[in-house]
Design a protein. Structure first.
Lengths: 253, 726, 322
């Protein structure tokens, strides 16, 4: 079987931030870059499926050259090939636009499964995987915490985690998009040898055929005006306890 | 990151007489064990605190006259003009970094070895010292008192010549003769220097007056005063009856007060340099608070102030004006700078293990569990915050074992820019044996050794921590590292083997359920059967006593048997011994010294008393815990090392080992071992430590010759150019 | 396809009940309807839609659509078809739903397929001269972005829970059925059932609710009260570092830079002053409430709500209350 894992090199913001000249994104000088946490788990899950069933794991990303290091991480874990796709005019902060680019790769590769992380830790859309499925015309199951795949029958048995920790059991037919939740497995660590060998594995670079309309466009990015102080609640201990209980209840439901 | 504005108060200048402190960080007098005969070691050590942001750095207690000769303990000396030449180096280096230099003038009288000069010390009353055996002093006449005061004056003038900004008269730690005058325990005089508090304070008042008259216009004058010897001791010093009147009488004579508390014997100065086992941050403030109303002068006080939140609390309460640091400045000389820059997550917190003190108590020089560069600033050229790029940085490193040695090695290699460093451990967390040792009663703060490194390693992009991974010989060879470092630790033995038993103790074979090791209890959670436990300790440090405390608190009836004359003898060096023994007594632990165990049977342990081996002794015990020795896990390194060809075939170019897996030792030495290897990883033979500079007299060698040696190593230590002609 | 107008809310249920998150979206829809104009319609999808439809008939709702499907539980492919059909039929300007595990399984899919506007995890919105602007918080809330949508197309917004109030008062909406023929051959997922979740040890990193204690609780013996309180809240008990150092709690409970870094929905801090080390470990929590006797404690700089009081007293009262 072939599995495509769609990964992202995310930005990690420290204590200081400045914005790009157009005021719509963060100046990369103020970002560290790392493989998205969810994508460790998605890659590991793909590797386990390959170990059980044979086949090939391809990691794909939409990004500029620095995203190669994220792909190499996945190759070091054991993925077979990597593909990066990019276009200078792409709105990298819009999940629909990203999904279009990914769809180009997935259609080329024709896998049984496309795995994505539930979300990226920087943009937090949780949408790219489902958008990809919409473009491919494939089923999508989100927030997967367990899965077994039977490629001969073309079905996947899935557990997913709903709000409140409730676990739902779902079956899906392949090809399908699955968005993978953290904790589904224990991602393996790459040895130094594997990291070195990953440098030699194939990493192809593609250009996006056509830039599609974005689902949303960032008009401006700014630092939220936050009051630097808590709203103080007054009253006697019983009164304050009541207030706390109410606030919590409203939040948690 | 900008600092929290609440901490701004710590960076306010404070006026002290003719001088001004640039902030409130006050590095107190602190024994280093280098002494004034190793002027560069001392100067570079002290200067590091100045560079790190302290407003003032003091010498250790400095003897003013050959009659107070401390050898083999190494303290400062200011006896003659040659000493002055050596002290100018410290002053110059401290001034270079914008701090003031302070000297603590001391004369300890009977509490002095006097083994080098073979003089007799003058004293207050002829009562033998409780610090030494068969050792006393001669009782001073008025003339001899005046002479002694003149010694202080001469020393103060020499101090000014050397460049010191602050001259401190020592009346603390039971040592200084001024304190001996103050304590009825030592002072039975019937003349005007004994009796009432006014009389007992006369010496201190006169000597401070004279010192002030001699140097007070240009130097600030301070007194380090013990304000309470604790335990309500009427024969010692009590805050209300003694310290307050002294402060009232002498307030005009000082530009600042430096207060401390301590027990009534020299052995109990651990009440001041309190180990974290027994003392929390700021533990002396409650005493200082009582004295505060009686003086407007700035007050400095220690109490292992580590956290800026505690510091500002102390300042804002008004009780202290200056944060006194000795040990925290050892663990991190850059504590003030890191707080100033809002980098509190980069601070190495003093864990209060008192390893530093324990080295001084053994007449060696200090080391630090948290800071491997202590004592190495000059002789190895190590700076705690600066690291050179390794010449062989283009290599990958595998470190097997993420305990103290492995973590420190990874950290320094990371700082030195090695390409990729994988720190691998079988456990889910880094920390090695500290992860369970810190669960023993009172040792929770030792976890800060791990916390600091965890945070720092997390910031190093070239270091990756890989948990839950056990690597065997083939995996290590094939891992892909050019440099492999084994740091896999040691284990307590279950056989009773140790320095008192050279064969396994009969009854320990076959892992019976009633014979346990510390790991079996703390890590595996094995049940300690029955109610009566016998702990057999021939190791001599904290494991046996800590387990005794833990098991007693768990409700066991504990018998502690040790071959040594003391329970936990090394703990007397860390100044925990007195309190630990009191604690174990209060918990009902039966303490048995001078005994060796010779056989263990279910329900009974037999042994014999040292010097009376012909009469066997036995104890009833349902369980026995053996704290006799740790054995290195030497096998892994040995097996790798035995087949160098196999290593090379896989691309491994170098194999090293560090920490307990070489020799089990205190954490400070494991951290040092990892640190040293990393500092010297690009030398010709990193396994062999480079020679360090030995400060000593070499016939025909000059300062310039020392400089040539350090110049080769690229260390900036031009001693000769810094010494001023006196 | 051009949008015409109005706001469509796609409702969610759990255990046969309308989800609280949907009530919040209804409030948001009503507010948006006031500024953008157009009717507010709520669609309930499932088997027993009549009772859900009743529950969805809330103040501010103009119309309730009952969409019958063969499954009472969510099915992504079914909902993609149903919602696609509803949007094609009704041409709403805006479609609103909660930012939920299920909504992200249909909304982005049809948005991509049909070229709708789309954004998720919205924390607020406004109408800037008839143009809808949504606000979201990438980078864990360190920054905010204003986003705009393609002209004339329907836009789908998924709203973050816990921000808008939950609509409770009943309304007088027009209720009708919306018929959709679902192409079963294109339903390629199937709900099989739910599973019991077995209880586990403290997993701070995943806990949605953490109750943490610090030195302000003063005595080791007081730990039990807070452990009980945590249980009552359904929270995991956490701790600041000093209590772990002192041996009052295991290190697995430590929240902080060198302990666990957590991002729960709710973080209750009792007797914690808020050292830099601790704040680094919890400041990204969704809702932070802190109780401390020191009004200047740094924790109040990151908390959303604060109480200057004795931790024990407040905890005892809460314990009685719950």
């Amino acid at each position: 079987m072939r599995i495509v894992v769609c990964v992202k090199q995310v930005g990690v913001l420290g204590d200081e931030v400045e914005f790009s000249d157009d005021g719509r994104s963060i100046d990369p000088e103020f970002l560290d870059f790392a493989l998205n946490e969810w994508d460790w788990y998605a890659t590991e899950e793909a590797l386990r499926l390959r170990e059980a069933r044979g086949g090939e794991v391809v990691v794909a990303t939409v990004g500029e050259e620095r995203a190669d290091s994220a792909l190499r991480r996945c190759l070091a874990m054991g993925a077979d090939r990597a593909v990066r796709i990019w276009h200078g005019g792409l709105d990298a902060q819009d999940p629909i636009s990203i999904a279009h680019a990914l769809a180009q790769i997935v259609e080329e590769e024709g896998p049984d499964l496309a795995l994505c992380g539930v979300q990226a830790s920087d943009t937090l859309d949780a949408a790219t995987g489902a958008a990809l499925a919409g473009l491919l015309g494939w089923p999508v199951v989100t927030v997967v915490t367990g899965l077994t795949c039977d490629p001969t029958s073309g079905t996947v048995a899935i557990r997913r985690e709903l709000e409140g920790g409730l676990i739902e059991v779902v079956t899906a037919s392949t090809p399908a998009v699955l968005t993978i939740q953290t904790g589904i497995n224990e991602p393996r660590y790459a040895t130094l040898r594997a990291i070195k060998q990953a440098e030699q594995k194939p990493l192809a670079v593609r250009e996006i055929d056509q830039i599609e309309q974005a689902g949303a466009v960032i008009k401006t990015m700014y630092i939220p005006e936050r009051s630097e102080h808590a709203e103080m609640l007054g009253g006697s201990p019983p009164e304050v306890a009541r207030l706390i209980a109410d606030i919590v209840k409203q939040r948690v439901g | 990151m900008p600092r929290d504005p609440r901490y701004d108060v710590l960076f306010e200048p404070v006026r002290i007489g003719p001088k001004t402190l640039r902030n409130r960080f006050y590095a107190t007098s602190q024994c280093s064990g280098f002494g004034s005969d190793r002027p560069a070691m001392n100067a570079y050590h002290r200067a590091m605190k100045a560079e790190g942001g302290y407003a003032i750095v003091h010498t250790e207690w400095t003897a003013i006259h050959p009659e107070a000769d401390e050898w083999p303990a190494t303290t400062g000396r200011i006896w003659d003009d040659d000493d002055v030449r050596n002290w100018t180096l410290m002053c110059a280096k401290v001034h270079e970094h914008g701090a003031l230099a302070g000297i603590q003038l001391g004369f300890n009288g009977k509490h002095t070895f006097n083994l080098e000069g073979r003089l007799c010390a003058r004293g207050v009353t002829q009562i033998p010292s409780d610090t030494f055996w068969a050792h006393s002093c001669y009782e001073m006449t008025r003339q001899e008192i005046a002479e002694l005061q003149e010694f202080y004056v001469v020393a103060a003038r020499r101090a000014e010549q050397a460049g010191f900004d602050v001259v401190q008269v020592m009346s603390s730690h039971n040592a200084g003769i001024a304190q001996q005058f103050l304590m009825p325990l030592h002072n039975k005089r019937s003349d005007e220097y004994g009796g009432s508090i006014e009389n007992r304070a006369r010496f201190l008042r006169e000597v401070t007056e004279k010192v002030r008259a001699a140097v007070g216009e240009r130097c600030a004058v301070s007194i380090r005063l013990c304000i309470d010897t604790l335990h309500g001791s009427a024969e010692g010093i009590r805050v209300e009856e003694d310290a307050i009147p002294v402060v009232q009488m002498l307030d005009d004579l000082v530009d600042l007060w430096d207060f401390q508390v301590g027990g009534r014997t020299m052995a109990e100065w651990g009440d001041d340099a309190g180990a974290s086992r027994f003392f929390k941050e700021g533990h002396e403030l409650q005493y200082v608070a009582k004295v505060r109303p009686y003086t407007q002068k700035p007050i400095a006080n220690v109490g292992r102030f580590v956290h800026p939140d505690e510091m500002i609390k102390a300042i804002e309460s008004g009780v202290v004006d200056l944060i006194g640091n000795a040990r925290p400045g050892i663990a991190d000389p850059f504590l003030p700078t890191k707080i100033a820059e809002g980098r509190t997550d980069d601070t190495r917190e003093c864990i209060g293990c008192n390893i530093c003190v324990s080295r001084y108590e053994q007449h060696a020089s200090i080391v630090c569990t948290q800071n491997a560069t202590i004592g190495e600033e000059y002789r190895r050229g190590w700076h705690p915050e600066k690291f050179s790029k390794a010449r062989n940085a283009d290599n990958d490193v595998l470190i097997v074992g993420a305990g103290p040695a492995g973590m420190e090695c990874a950290r320094i290699l990371g700082e030195r820019g090695l390409r990729r460093i994988h720190l691998v451990d079988a456990q889910p967390e880094m920390g090695g044996q500290l992860n369970w040792v810190t669960k023993l009663p009172g040792l929770g703060e030792w976890a800060w050794v791990v916390d600091y490194r965890k945070v720092q390693l997390g910031k190093l992009k070239n270091v990756e921590f890989i948990p839950k991974t056990q690597l065997g010989v083939p995996e290590i060879r094939e891992y892909g590292a050019e440099i492999v470092i084994i740091a896999n630790g040691a284990d307590w033995v279950a056989s009773g083997l140790g320095n008192a038993n050279d064969e396994p103790i009969p009854g320990t074979q076959g892992a019976p359920g009633h014979v346990l090791t510390p790991e079996q209890i703390m890590v595996e959670g094995k049940e300690v059967p029955g109610r009566r436990v016998l702990i057999y300790d021939t190791e001599g440090y904290f494991m046996g006593p800590s387990l005794a405390e833990k098991l007693a608190r768990d409700g066991k009836q504990v018998t502690f048997v040790t071959s040594y004359p003391e329970v936990g003898p090394y703990m007397f060096y860390t100044l925990e011994g007195v309190r630990m023994n009191r604690l174990l007594h209060s918990l009902g632990v039966e303490l048995v010294t001078h005994h060796v165990v010779s056989a263990i049977e279910p329900g009974t342990v037999t042994g014999e008393r040292i010097y009376a081996e012909d009469k066997p002794v036995s104890w009833a015990a349902d369980a026995v815990v053996l704290c006799t020795m740790r054995a290195s896990r030497a096998g892994l390194y040995r097996e790798l090392e035995a087949d160098r060809a196999a290593l090379q075939a896989e691309g491994v170019q170098a194999l090293y080992r560090i920490g307990d897996c070489v020799v089990p030792r205190v954490v400070a030495e494991c951290v040092f071992d990892g640190h040293r290897l990393a500092r010297e990883i690009d030398e010709a033979d990193p396994a062999v430590p480079l020679p360090f500079i030995r400060e000593r007299r070499v016939l025909g060698k000059l300062d310039q010759d020392y400089d040539a040696v350090v110049g080769e190593r690229g260390i900036d230590h031009k001693v000769s150019s810094l010494v001023q002609r006196v | 396809m051009m949008a015409v107008g109005g706001i469509l809310v796609v409702a969610e249920q759990a255990g046969g009940e309308l989800r609280e998150a949907t009530r919040e979206v209804v409030s948001a829809a009503a507010a948006l309807g006031d500024s953008l104009g157009g009717p507010v319609t709520v669609a309930v999808i499932g088997q027993d839609v009549d009772s859900l439809g009743l529950a969805a008939n809330l103040e501010g709702v103009d119309e309730v659509l009952l969409v019958s499907t063969s499954s009472s539980e969510f099915e992504s492919d079914t909902w993609r078809q149903v919602c696609g059909a509803m949007i094609a039929g009704r041409r709403p300007a805006v479609v609103l739903a909660p930012h939920s595990v299920n909504a992200v399984a249909w909304a982005p899919a049809i948005a991509a397929e049909y070229g709708f506007g789309f954004t998720s995890d919205v924390v607020s919105f406004r109408a800037d001269e008839d143009h809808l602007v949504a606000v979201r918080e990438p980078f864990a809330g360190k920054v905010r972005v204003d986003v705009g949508f393609p002209e004339q197309a329907t836009s789908i917004l998924l709203l973050r829970s816990g921000i808008w109030p939950a609509a409770k008062a009943p309304g007088s909406a027009l209720v009708s059925a919306f018929d959709v023929t679902v192409d079963a051959s294109r339903v390629r997922t199937r709900h099989e059932g739910f599973e019991e979740v077995p209880p586990g040890g403290p997993d701070l990193a995943k806990a949605p609710f953490i109750l943490s204690i610090g030195r302000g609780i003063e005595d080791k013996d007081n730990v039990q009260l807070f452990a009980d309180l945590a249980d009552k809240f359904g929270a995991v008990l956490g701790s600041s570092r000093p209590l772990v150092d002192a041996g009052w709690l295991e290190s697995s409970r430590q929240v902080g830079q060198s302990g666990a870094v957590v991002k729960p929905q709710v973080y209750l801090a009792f007797g914690i002053s808020g050292s830099t080390e601790h704040l680094a470990g919890m400041r990204q929590s969704g809702l932070i409430i802190a109780v401390n006797t020191d009004a200047r404690a740094p924790i109040f700089n990151v908390a959303h709500f604060g109480v200057v009081a004795d931790a024990m007293q407040v905890a005892e009262e809460l314990n009685d209350l719950l």
